[in-house]
Design a protein around this ligand. Sequence first.
Ligand SMILES: N[C@@H](CCC(=O)N[C@@H](CSCO)C(=O)NCC(=O)O)C(=O)O
Ligand SMILES: [Zn+2]
Ligand SMILES: [Zn+2]
Length: 190
Amino acid sequence: MSVRLLHPSIQNGVRVGDREHPGGTLTCKCSQRPVKVKVSGGIAHNHACGCTKCWKPEGAAFSVVAVAPSANVTVIENGDKLAVVDSSALIRRYACDACGTHMYGPVEREHAFQGLSFIHPELLDNDNWPEPGFAAFVSSIIEGGVDPSEMDGIRSKLKEVGLEPYDCLSPALMDYLATWTAKKSGVLRQ
Ligand SMILES: N[C@@H](CCC(=O)N[C@@H](CSCO)C(=O)NCC(=O)O)C(=O)O
Ligand SMILES: [Zn+2]
Ligand SMILES: [Zn+2]
């Protein structure tokens, strides 16, 4: 059986990027009047994500998604084509209504990720963005239609390309979220 496409940018190994990457312009897939969004600074926490909510390129089981400070994210062209995919979600994903590409997703609610926007670095106009560091929400690809019998092979392939598979976020990010919640509830000191 042929190996399922995880994501074009990781299928043949993860290319090491530039930690000091300066950002760039995200462009949707439309040939006419593409939406353009400027990210004026670095990105962080890049990861592969198997959840059903993140945008994936055609045929891919995973998205590749990172965060940037929302203050650094500006719609610069054809913003009239953008619409929020799910206004009840934590991440307000703005997608192009013509090609479906998710362009940016700010977290505006009171949350550990408030002030960050989720973006897909493959849409940048330069290639040297920092590589993904892990694979998140791996089991969620089943919710997207992948047969459970494929999971062992998919987890092996992720490990082979250097992406540790997790069924939520990485332990470091889960600890960060839990710490934020514990401080908010008062069980940990601020
Ligand atoms: N099983 C669900 C999981 C969806 C989910 O919780 N996704 C995460 C990760 S997105 C990028 O890392 C999340 O934080 N979502 C918040 C949101 O989407 O607003 C599924 O697959 O749908
Ligand atoms: Zn588009
Ligand atoms: Zn996701």
